[in-house]
Design a protein around this ligand. Structure first.
Ligand SMILES: [Zn+2]
Length: 293
């Protein structure tokens, strides 16, 4: 093929992508840039307006929960600087699950800064054995986003990062390797219990999807419900989203801006339970709908 033909193939592919539902997620990443802000104490928001990334200053290195969408690593580097930190100080990245919109920065941080990468064991196995489940082929990046984790998270792990000790549970459903995390954060005066649930989307519970991955009886949906139940009654005073839509991250940020002396809009001990119950009810309704069976 000539260079000219190569170029024409490339532009045709790009034009086609612009017309797809998910195309703009990869073509217009900068539109989703969000200026970083402090959520509470040592926890900062460094994600975009779609997928969350949280930065925790552990006092002995920075920890990220997730590393952003594939192709958005330049934004992640910028937002960490803008928050007043040096990206080179990111010692650990904990990944909520192994989908392409949560793992974008992993390989870069590992190669550039030696960052240690964490991922739930089942999703690490998925990367090795069935990497297409990560949807990396939809990333329209260079494809080098998948990684070998330095540590594979298991049920009940209790791990310490600087001044922060995290307890991990496996909450399979959205993927097999989704994790939930519970830990304390402090602003020096007050300590609050944080809760994180790593993946709520029903996109991986659809009929055709489950048949394709080898679950024709849709057991994954029951697994998802059991995972919600397992961590539903954890004490959570600060619910951190996996995507902004989970906890209305940007709405709460707007409240911070509008009422700088008001109560912290992120501190709410009801929202975790309410949101998990909402997802349970939505999933039960989804399962009862004949078109999904
Ligand atoms: Zn996902």
């Amino acid at each position: 093929m000539s260079m000219k033909q190569d170029y024409e193939t490339y532009t045709a592919k790009r034009a086609e992508m612009e017309k797809t539902h998910f195309g703009p997620l990869w073509l217009n990443q900068e539109k989703r840039y969000v200026h970083p802000f402090k959520i509470f104490g040592n926890i900062w928001y460094v994600g975009d307006s779609w997928v969350c990334v949280h930065l925790i200053d552990t006092g002995n290195g920075l920890l990220l929960i997730d590393s952003g969408n594939c192709g958005a690593t330049d934004m992640l580097v910028q937002v960490i600087w803008e928050a007043g930190f040096n990206p080179a100080d990111v010692k650990w990245i904990i990944h909520s699950h192994g989908h392409l919109d949560h793992i974008g920065g992993a390989v870069f941080f590992k190669r550039m800064f030696g960052t240690q990468l964490y991922l739930g064991e089942p999703d690490a196995i998925m990367f090795r054995e069935r990497p297409w489940i990560s949807a990396i082929q939809d990333a329209h990046a260079d494809g080098a986003c998948l990684f070998t984790p330095d540590y594979e998270i298991k049920e009940g792990d209790v791990l310490t990062f600087g001044n922060t000790t995290m307890t991990f549970y496996m909450v399979p459903g959205h993927t097999d390797g989704c994790i939930a995390i519970f830990f304390d954060a402090t602003d020096g005066e007050k300590t609050v219990r944080c809760g994180y649930y790593g993946g709520f989307g029903f996109n991986t519970l659809q009929k055709d999807y489950l048949i394709e991955i080898g679950d024709p009886t849709f057991e994954t949906r029951k697994t998802y419900l059991n995972s919600l139940k397992k961590v539903r009654d954890q004490k959570v005073e600060l619910f951190l989203g996996n995507h902004c839509i989970n906890n209305d991250t940007l709405g709460r940020r707007q409240q911070q801006i509008d009422h700088p002396d008001g109560p912290n809009p992120f501190l709410d001990d009801q929202v975790w339970g309410k949101y998990l119950d909402q997802k349970r009810d939505e999933l039960l309704a989804f399962m009862a709908d004949p078109k999904n069976n």
